[in-house]
Design a protein around this ligand. Structure first.
Ligand SMILES: Nc1nc2c(c(=O)[nH]1)N[C@H]1C(S)=C(S)[C@@H](COP(=O)(O)OP(=O)(O)OC[C@H]3O[C@@H](n4cnc5c(=O)[nH]c(N)nc54)[C@H](O)[C@@H]3O)O[C@H]1N2
Ligand SMILES: Nc1nc2c(c(=O)[nH]1)N[C@H]1C(S)=C(S)[C@@H](COP(=O)(O)OP(=O)(O)OC[C@H]3O[C@@H](n4cnc5c(=O)[nH]c(N)nc54)[C@H](O)[C@@H]3O)O[C@H]1N2
Ligand code: SF4
Ligand SMILES: [Mo]
Length: 750
């Protein structure tokens, strides 16, 4: 029954106009045909004056991972708007532009509508609409086949966002811990490891940073204001308004830089040199917090000796930041200590030496005595809501850890890229990966080196993709499952750590459109087919949620009314000065300025500088970031958010533009060092970027035609990232390691 494809073709999820073909004994009237796609872009929104029955229901946002809680307003069941929940500390009653536009995810008519399967129709691979039964049976059958032949561990899960809460237990019950999320090796991993190695614990999300009490804030790359993590942006703008000293290090004059007392336009890739020079000044000028360092840290003498050569004069030719600016900014930081907050960054997989850069950042935090102190890093109140009781999961014969142990000994989560690279080895791998389930992550845009991802997919026996829109990854699937949007489903509870731990509920505001279904339902259905019912003992999600809420004295009915509830056990101290006991879960029990764990693993125990590769002549380093109205590739086709920003631009310094004879507003094609080419992209000539790099917003340049609005609008960063530098400590992919030059757009494609 399961066809074997010698080579998968990229399929557009589109019509094939064949009817009446017998598949699985059933007449196939239901092939997805062009005419099924409504002409109108999206459902209309009702207005505030539309007469009718007004209803509100609680949700939390899925447009990014800040998960702001809000209320969905509808009139006679039709969508009107989403507003922020005033009791939610993640948003304080206000959503960001993306969250407000989140309603477009629901109204979008270009969504995935039915389960689809790749089949050979008249000698050609096609997607064919199938029933849920057929799709789920097919997935279960293939998962069993892989388990029988290779073991369940050979089935890997790539997942991101809310659905992970159900697909992860499904995989663990199945016997596989081969599970990875891009939020580790393409995002926060090096930061979590750098801080854990130093302080014995990581940062988490929302970040445990005390912006409201900080008197000095240092942003190294973090482009708050373009990066729109809601309450963090609000707190940052309050800090600007109250006159906190802001120091921003960025090769680009970002929105945050424009609010700063100091903008340090650093040569990209050299931040570690600046951090070492700052540490040098802190120690040489006795600016650090002596009492704190003496009491809590390990290895200060070694650091003092090590740091001697790393003077501001040493850092100047590397970073291009003048020595007196390095000294002055170090003194500003010291003046406000411990209420000096050096932001840890969030997307930190930049140059491959990222854990070491984060280690240097953490050392500076320790010297300022701002870990555990007001205005620095606080100890979050952890919300504890018992899990639904489940039998223990079977012990897998091998896990992702067996794939990383030799290569990246300090990885604490599975790097997506490692799972991909092991898949690529096919049968030659010691632990082969033969099947993928991909939930809510557009791997072709998210993982660098997209051709490697495609080659790996070709080695698979089976791949299933769960998404809400026909993202590029769906085109490579054997089965595509359409999830309903967050506005049409329940999910697990949002349990947030922070100064005030909270629980938020997501309940469906609308019934699912077409045949889309929630992930909890898919996971439970698959569990049933795989004989794993005992790990999904609840009848439906309402029962599951109510049970969990009852454990903390709440109920589903109450949360449906309130949306957000503060958890009872708050008001514990969050700073050392308030009485929290300093405890550091490192081998020495101290803040490890000198890392004993790194030493034992054969890495530099103190962060040594490594200069990044320089661009060849005529090429410029490709750097990228966020725009306030979009999240990665997931919103560029959203009918509301598309209207706010339709394409990205490439920022180019005027001297570079002149050298290459390109003008502001002109379209160009970017070509990287390996000859990979982008779609055409509009040039923004601006003094706001250094001359040695170019900048663009990530998430544009879709190449699946079904995303009609976003198709070929702007350029994709992923396509230009054909080379990475992998972090030897934890396997993160340094992504800012590619160089581009400009090519003219041929008349025909202009
Ligand atoms: N080149 C480059 N690569 C990057 C980054 C970068 O800046 N540049 N950023 C990195 C970072 S920081 C991160 S966190 C990752 C983000 O990585 P991803 O989360 O993979 O990013 P998206 O491109 O938004 O892809 C998300 C996919 O999930 C789908 N989706 C959205 N909502 C739902 C839902 O409710 N259910 C289901 N089933 N699917 C849904 C979307 O349609 C989309 O296909 O990317 C990393 N990769
Ligand atoms: N609107 C919006 N907001 C988002 C997201 C989104 O998709 N859209 N995604 C969320 C997620 S998951 C994440 S991880 C965060 C990411 O947000 P951040 O953690 O802020 O991401 P970065 O990649 O560190 O920041 C990009 C900035 O780094 C600068 N930069 C580039 N190279 C260098 C360098 O070598 N040194 C220095 N110092 N700066 C450099 C760029 O010019 C740009 O201003 O954003 C979150 N917020
Ligand atoms: S920050 Fe914006 S996109 Fe992210 S969860 Fe909050 S409202 Fe949604
Ligand atoms: Mo991220």
């Amino acid at each position: 029954m399961s066809p074997k494809f010698t080579r998968r073709e990229f399929l557009k999820i589109s019509g094939i106009g064949v009817a009446g073909l017998a598949i699985g004994g059933k007449a196939l009237e239901a092939i997805v045909s062009e005419s099924e796609w409504p002409q109108a872009d999206a459902l209309p929104l009702v207005g505030p004056n539309t007469p009718g029955n007004l209803e509100v229901s609680p949700t939390y946002c899925e447009i990014c991972f800040w998960k702001c809680a809000g209320w969905v307003y509808k009139v006679d069941g039709k969508p009107w708007k989403i507003v922020g929940h005033k009791d939610d500390p993640n948003c304080n009653g206000r959503l960001c532009p993306r969250g407000t536009g989140g309603i477009g995810a629901y109204t979008d008519n270009e969504r995935l509508k039915y389960p689809l399967m790749r089949k050979v129709v008249r000698g050609k691979q096609q997607f064919v609409q199938v029933t849920w039964e057929e799709a789920l049976d097919f997935i279960a059958e293939n998962m069993k086949k892989i388990a029988d032949k290779y073991g369940p561990e050979s089935m890997a899960l790539f997942t991101h966002g809310s659905g992970s809460r159900f697909f992860e237990p499904l995989f663990k019950a199945f016997g596989s811990d081969t599970i990875a999320e891009p939020s580790y090796a393409q995002c926060r991993g090096p930061r979590e490891e750098g801080f854990r190695l130093t302080f014995g614990e990581g940062i988490g999300s929302p970040e445990r940073i005390d912006i409201p009490n900080a008197r000095c804030i240092v942003l190294i790359g973090s482009h708050i204001g373009e990066n729109m993590l809601n309450s963090q942006v609000q707190e940052f703008s309050d800090a600007v308004a109250r006159g906190a000293t802001i120091i921003t290090v960025d090769p680009r004059y970002s929105t945050a830089a424009s609010k700063s007392k100091y903008w340090l336009p650093i040569r990209p890739g050299t931040d570690l040199a600046l951090l070492l020079a700052w540490i040098n000044v802190m120690i040489q000028e006795n600016l650090y917090d002596k009492e704190y360092v003496e009491k809590y840290t390990y290895g200060f003498d070694k650091l003092k000796k090590f740091i001697q050569p790393y003077t501001p004069e040493w850092a100047y030719p590397i970073t291009t930041i003048k020595p007196h600016i390095i000294r002055q900014t170090a003194r500003e930081m010291a003046m406000q200590k411990p209420a000096t907050l050096i932001h840890p960054g969030r997307h930190v997989t930049w140059y491959g030496n990222d854990t070491q850069r984060e280690r240097a950042l953490a050392i500076l935090v320790a010297l300022l005595g701002s870990w555990g102190r007001r205005g620095g890093y606080y100890y979050p109140n952890k919300a504890r809501v018992p899990k639904y009781p489940l039998p223990p999961f079977p012990e897998p014969r091998w896990t992702w850890k067996d794939l990383t142990l030799d290569q990246y000994p300090l990885a604490r989560k599975a790097p997506t890229n490692v799972l991909r690279d092991v898949t690529l080895q096919g049968d030659n791998a010691t632990h082969p990966i033969k099947g993928w389930m991909v939930n809510a992550t557009n791997l072709l845009m998210t993982l660098p080196e997209p051709q490697k991802t495609i080659d790996a997919i070709q080695k698979l026996d089976f791949i299933a993709v769960i998404d809400i829109i026909p993202s590029e990854i769906t085109g490579w699937a054997d089965v595509v499952l359409p999830e309903c949007t967050y506005l049409e489903r329940y999910d697990d509870l949002r349990i947030s750590q922070g100064k005030m731990p909270t629980i938020a509920l997501r309940a469906p505001a609308f019934p699912p459109r077409w045949e889309s279904k929630p992930s909890w339902w898919m996971a439970k259905q698959l569990a049933h087919r795989l004989g794993l019912d005992k790990w999904f003992p609840w009848n439906d999600i309402e029962e599951y949620l109510d049970y969990r809420l009852k454990q903390v004295g709440l109920s589903l009915a109450e949360l449906k009314k309130k949306g957000v509830v503060r958890l009872p056990e708050q008001k514990t101290p969050i700073y050392f000065e308030e009485g929290i006991q300093p405890r550091f879960r490192t081998p020495t029990g101290k803040i490890e300025l000198y890392s004993t764990v790194m030493e034992a693993a054969g890495f530099d125990p103190l962060p040594t500088y490594e200069h990044p590769e320089e661009p060849p002549e005529g090429y410029y380093r490709l750097i990228y970031g966020r725009a306030p109205m979009h999240s990665f590739s997931r919103t560029t086709n959203n009918p509301l958010l598309y209207q706010l920003m339709k394409e990205n631009e490439v920022w180019v310094h005027p001297t570079v533009a002149q050298l290459h004879g390109i003008k502001n507003g002109e379209y160009v094609i970017l070509e990287n060092q390996d000859g990979a080419r982008s779609n055409k992209i509009r040039v923004k000539v601006t003094e706001r970027i250094r001359h040695d790099c170019v900048y663009m917003v990530h998430g544009f340049g879709h190449w699946d035609r079904r995303l009609k609005r976003a198709y070929k609008k702007g350029a994709s960063t992923a396509k230009l990232i054909t080379k990475v530098k992998t972090d030897p400590v934890m396997g993160g992919t340094g992504l800012r390691t590619n160089f581009v030059t400009f090519r003219k757009v041929k008349k025909l494609t202009a």
